[in-house]
Design a protein around this ligand. Sequence first.
Ligand code: DX5
Ligand code: ZN
Length: 215
Amino acid sequence: MAIIAPSLLASNFLELGAESRMLNQSVADWFHLDVMDGVFVPNISFGLPVIEQIRTATTKVCDVHLMIENPGNYAEAFKKAGADILTVHQEACPHLHRNLQQIKLLGMKPGVALNPSTPVTVLEDVLQDIEVVCLMSVNPGFGGQSFIPKTLEKIRALKLMIQSRGLSTLIEIDGGVTLENAKEILEAGADVLVAGSTVFKSTDPIATIAALKAL
Ligand code: DX5
Ligand code: ZN
């Protein structure tokens, strides 16, 4: 069964407490929390103090997606804020292996995100150190964009890499996931679906999450 990770980026920030409690009561598995620094991506979202507050409103896994430069400088702070999974971008990490070891040492699960233009082969020599590979199916920085179809091929290629090494690395798909394309994404080999707009812009987020989970 797929892991469903709604992205709070699309929620109503004025009602973050209520949105978090709603998610906590849904069948969602993870809270997907998008941190943007305005440097690595052309947008700024929220950061440490907001995540610290969200943490108090849920017992679910907090999956923090760092779209920031020098993520190693903040790994410890995100652990303190309550992150369970900490995902860094390969494109922001010239010393990716070191970043992954640091995250593991701090007691979090290490994740690596790849932009749409980055091939999955860049992970060949670190795959064994990664718990979650987040394939961006839109260019990071904004919610509400359309799914890039080429991602399906990347999922299949990555799945083969994972299986041929006997690993249990999870494949997470982030961006443009809808009730219409989710099945195809899962069939290609994805394990985790991130959904922002699909969940929070729907009339009944709880039911939408349940529908994604039931696929
Ligand atoms: C984009 C973020 C995504 C975003 C997805 O940079 O990483 O997690 O919230 O939003 P939707 O599901 O609306 O594409
Ligand atoms: Zn994300």
